[in-house]
Design a protein around this ligand. Structure first.
Ligand code: ADP
Ligand code: ZN
Length: 316
């Protein structure tokens, strides 16, 4: 038997999926973010309709998502709902508290039965993963991480989260990875105490949108790219990239989320500092290779919602 090269196998696999997806009735996808919720109708790879609203209380937010999906169900049979959620949330289907929000710093959400409420109201099979694992799946299938078995997707938004695909499969394990709450070496002379209510200066406490607002004393959107205030932030991101290369042997690290997508200077500034942090230890990580490995999200703000559609579709 002739062995097909990996590239050809990938193309065949992708075509097979598109034929399958073409015959699909439609999936609802819900990306629950710390600031906003995005509800989409479509099939993996094709968003047909989209609603976006602020994430407020669990009741209000989930009811709004339910009303949106029910509206679409009037004209169309949906096969499943896929949810990509901020966390921590129980993603182990076998657990008694599957789909329940755990110790989240987001006010009012700890203990919310996200999956139970959605399943009961919509009567659809429900798939659930973290927002970042969902986004990693979308970037892996359609975006910047195609062909990369070990992929990390970093979101820098309301919080900092990292989705991990090992051999193409989302990592869950004990709960799910919570890389945003790891503490890393701080930039010399950076006295900012950090903004995480649990750990102070963990990665999320240093890099998230609210952490940047606390660090700068104003909204990060108002701080010029050339302002030296960004220097320690770039170093913190570089530490995170170095850790993912070393701990997870990531072949691609996709950097997305509201902060990164709107501050495009941040990733190149982190890349400038990365070789210094690695100290020449990873021989494959030349500056040119690092720029190919650590890339902005190709799907932009659609990575999460498209990932939610994949999570729903993959239930079949
Ligand atoms: P979510 O975390 O709800 O998924 P996003 O990924 O869009 O939402 O991230 C929202 C965060 O992005 C907020 O903390 C906000 O302050 C921050 N943000 C929005 N615009 C900018 C900008 N121009 N520069 C830096 N940060 C921004
Ligand atoms: Zn923390």
């Amino acid at each position: 038997m002739r062995i097909l090269p990996a590239q050809a196998l990938r193309v065949l696999a992708a075509c097979g999926r598109e034929w399958q997806d073409a015959g699909m009735n439609g999936i609802a996808g819900i990306e629950l973010g710390g600031t906003k919720t995005v509800v989409v109708l479509g099939t993996p790879g094709a968003i047909e309709a989209r609603e976006e609203f602020p994430t407020t209380t669990p009741d209000e937010t989930l009811n709004r998502a339910i009303a949106t999906v029910r509206g679409w169900q009037q004209g169309r049979t949906l096969e499943a709902v896929g949810v990509g959620s901020f966390g921590p949330i129980r993603v182990d289907r076998a657990a008694a508290d599957f789909g329940v929000m755990l110790d989240t710093p987001k006010q009012g959400w700890a203990g919310a039965d996200v999956a139970g409420v959605l399943e009961a109201a919509l009567g659809l099979p429900l798939g659930l993963d973290t927002d970042v694992n969902a986004a990693a799946l979308a970037e892996h299938r359609y975006g910047a991480a195609q062909g990369c078995a070990n992929t990390a997707y970093i979101t820098i938004g309301t919080g900092v989260g990292v989705g991990l695909l090992a051999n193409g499969v989302p990592v869950h394990g004990l709960m799910h990875p919570e890389v945003g709450h790891v503490r890393l070496r701080r930039a010399a002379g950076d006295a900012f105490a950090g903004a995480c209510p649990f750990h102070g200066d963990c990665i999320e406490g240093l890099l998230s949108g609210p952490a940047l607002a606390a660090r700068f004393g104003r909204h990060p959107a108002t701080v010029e790219a050339s302002d030296p205030a960004w220097h320690p932030v770039a170093l913190d991101l570089a530490e995170l990239l170095a850790m993912l290369l070393l701990a997870f042997s990531a072949q691609r690290i996709v950097v997305g989320g509201g902060v990164s997508n709107r501050q495009p200077h941040l990733l190149p500034a982190a890349l400038d500092r990365l070789p210094g942090l690695l100290g020449g230890y990873l021989r494959d990580c030349t500056p040119a290779a690092l720029a190919r490995i650590c890339v902005p999200a190709a799907l932009g703000d659609d990575a999460g919602p498209m990932g939610a559609l994949i999570v729903g579709a993959d239930l079949r």
